[in-house]
Structure formats: C-alpha cells, structure tokens
Design a protein around this ligand. Structure first.
Ligand code: GDP
Ligand code: MN
Length: 378
C-alpha cells in the first residue's frame, strides 16, 4: 500500500525527521485557510500516488494565501499520469541550496534492506543511476543487526562532506530506518532531501510504501487507506477475502490457490490468450466467495470468457459448483463460463453443475484452450 506524501510526512514528523509544516486540503477554500495559517510563501502540491508531479505542473509556489487558493483550484481535478487529483498538500516553502536523494527499500536480490543515497537529488534516481553511477551509493543493511551507527554516518558523509550537515543527516538516516522497520515498509524515500541556506537538512518530499501483508498488524497505517483512489474491484475483493489483481486481457480467471492461479495464467498465455485478472479464491469452501469472485470478474467489461480452474483439496468442488450456481441466479453473467474441476467431491460438483446445464472439463489444457477460443470469438 502506497501512502500519500502528506501521510508519509506525518510519519516522518512523528519520528522526528525535519519536515516543513503543512496540511492536506480538499478544496481551494481549505487550501487558502491553511496557507494563511502557515503564513509566508507556501507550496501547493498535488497528492496522487505518482512521482514527477513537479514536471506535470502539480507542485506550485504561492506567495500569498490567495495565490495558494488559485493554485489549488487549478491542481484539484487535474490528472497526473492518469490519476485524478482530489487533494493537495499546502506546506511551508523552503529556500533550497541543494537537493539530495535518500531512500531505504527491500532489495529482494540481496534479501535485505538497502539504503540508496545520492548528492544529486530532486530528479529521477534511475536517471542518476544510468548517467552518473558514481554519484549513487548503495549500502546493504544486515537485518540481523539493523542499521549500525557507522553505517548511518557513512551514508550521511557520502551525501555531505560538511560535518555539520553530515551530523544532522546521520540522525535522519537512523530515523528513516526506524520508520521503515516499524511500519514494515518496502520503501521509504526522501527526494529531495534539501539543505537550506542557513544549513538545515530537511525532507521536502516523502514516499512510503507498506507491505500489504503486514497491514493487519498496523491498524494506524491501514486507517490511511484511501478507498476512493483504488479500483472498486480491488476494494470488493479485499472485503471478500480474495486475492485479486486486475490485468488487461479478456479471459477472466477464477482459481483456487495462488500457484495454480499463476500456472493458469501462464497456460492462458501459452494458448495465445491474455488473462483479465489474477484471482485466488483461497482454500476455503465458501460459496459466497465464488459469488463475490464472479461479481468482480463480470464487472470488468473487457472479460469475454470466464475460466474456472479448481483443484479440490481442502476446497470442495461441490461448494464451488454451488457458488457458481448461486451466482448465475443472483447476477446476469454475459460471458460464457468454462469450468475445470477435479478432486474432492468432484462427482457431487458435476451433478450440481448439471442442474444449471453446465459441464466441466477435467484437464487444464482443454479448459484453457476453450476459454481462450471463446474470448477470441467474442
Ligand atoms: P515530485 O516532482 O512529485 O517528486 O515532487 P517534489 O515534492 O519532489 O517537488 C518537485 C520539485 O519542486 C522539487 O525537487 C523542488 O525543486 C521543488 N520544490 C518542492 N518544494 C519546494 C519548496 O518548498 N521550495 C522550493 N524552492 N522548491 C520546492
Ligand atoms: Mn520528489
């Protein structure tokens, strides 16, 4: 789960990382009021889950509250990388002497947190990596010991040779690592980390991504979720206990088990089709889940055929069949459904399906070929 800049800055601020004062606004009126409260020059910043807002015109300096209001009315409703801006952060403007980059992320390749730092900040870090790799430093943190004091200092010293700046930054590096670990982050990023003309080091942008699997232990983070910003299908899937990822193809997939779901998607591609989604209904035997799954799949207009691939282990095939039947009664399902089920209670399942005039395949190859063919014909 990605946090908005203002949410990430709240975490930083609470941890003691220096961040300029600011508040989120949903209307130009609110933006004006916040700007008046802060006083002086402020920055109005689009809050969307995308980088490069500055380049897209979503970050504007305002010298007065009235100007903040004008910027807010222009930025609210604008689209950045396809995402509609519904809120802005109004924050005290800083004078900038230099911009650096600092982040810590989970690096799967080295199986550990890795800090990335560059004295060339403010811009895309990928660009720095490509054009000037020496201006970038990576440091793997041994998760058994956590960030050690000399490591924090080494990162800070790489960013700033001035000892006064390096000292402030050592503290920021340690605090950032604390935020990262305590909130099970996959990424905590400051870009840019700035130096002000009077020699203070501050974070003026913040990006935090939290591991979804950890959210049930982090109620304060879970509460920050913005349901308006995520596809309704994903919200519904989460509420129903389904793992769902929307994709671009035409074959809607409903599978039990993540491994089988991935194998099914591979086979769809192998036979020339494209999956419309990843969907794992899990190991339970609850017909309601199947109904929810079909509601989600059929709400996607690009789905042209629906493929069930069920291996009955803990999941009972007849429960899935009942769920399919129940769904056909409750909702109108336009695309053809093809089913493969095998395993526990397979026979019972087939007689349940027969009631609805449905049949089932027993091999994956057959059913996937059929689903791909039906999607292509539609
Ligand atoms: P991003 O483009 O989405 O990464 O948004 P940022 O928050 O990083 O802002 C983009 C750029 O706007 C920064 O790199 C700065 O150059 C500039 N900027 C942002 N806040 C301030 C500020 O308080 N004062 C000044 N002078 N520039 C700012
Ligand atoms: Mn930035």
């Amino acid at each position: 789960m990605d946090l908005y800049e203002y949410q990430a800055k709240d975490l930083f601020r609470a941890a003691g990382i220096p961040v300029p004062a600011g508040e989120v606004a949903f209307t130009p009126d609110e933006a004006e009021a916040i700007a008046a409260k802060i006083g002086g020059t402020v920055v109005v910043k689009a809050q969307v889950h995308a980088g490069g807002r500055g380049k897209a015109g979503g970050v504007k300096l305002a010298r007065s509250a009235a100007e903040a209001r004008e910027h807010a009315s222009r930025i609210l409703g604008m689209k950045i990388k396809g995402l509609e801006v519904r809120k802005v952060l109004v924050t005290a403007a800083e004078d900038i002497k230099s911009e650096a980059y600092l982040s810590v992320l989970v690096d799967r390749k080295v199986q550990a947190p890795v800090f990335i730092a560059s004295p060339q900040g403010g811009i895309d870090i990928e660009e720095v990596a490509a054009t000037n790799p020496n201006a970038l430093r990576r440091l793997r943190i041994d998760p058994r010991y956590g960030l050690l004091p000399h490591e924090a200092y080494a990162i800070a010293d790489f960013l700033y040779s001035d000892p006064a700046l390096a000292l402030q930054t050592t503290r920021i590096v340690a605090l950032l690592y604390g935020v990262f670990v305590e909130n099970s982050c996959s990424l905590a990023e400051i870009n840019p980390l700035i130096v002000t003309p009077d020699g203070q080091v501050k974070a003026i942008d913040a990006k935090v991504s939290v591991d979804d699997s950890a959210l049930r232990h982090l109620p304060n983070i879970e509460a920050l979720r913005d349901l308006d910003a995520e596809p309704p299908a994903e919200t519904k899937a989460r509420a129903a206990g389904l793992s769902f990822v929307k994709l671009d193809g035409a074959v809607g997939c409903c599978v039990n088990g993540a491994g089988l779901a991935m194998a099914t998607m591979d086979l769809v591609k192998y036979y020339g089709g494209e999956p419309a989604n990843f969907l794992d209904i899990g190991g339970s035997s609850n017909p309601d889940k199947v109904v929810a799954a079909l509601e989600i799949i059929t709400s996607d207009p690009s789905v042209k055929s629906i493929l069930f691939n069920i291996f009955g282990g803990i999941t009972r095939c007849d429960d899935v069949a009942r769920g399919i039947l129940e769904a056909t009664r409750r909702i109108r399902i336009e695309p053809p459904i093809v089913i493969r089920l095998t395993g526990t209670n397979e026979k019972e399942a087939l007689s349940v399906l027969a009631e609805a005039g449905l049949t089932a395949y027993t091999t994956m190859d057959e059913v996937v070929q059929k689903a791909v063919q039906l999607a292509a014909q539609a």
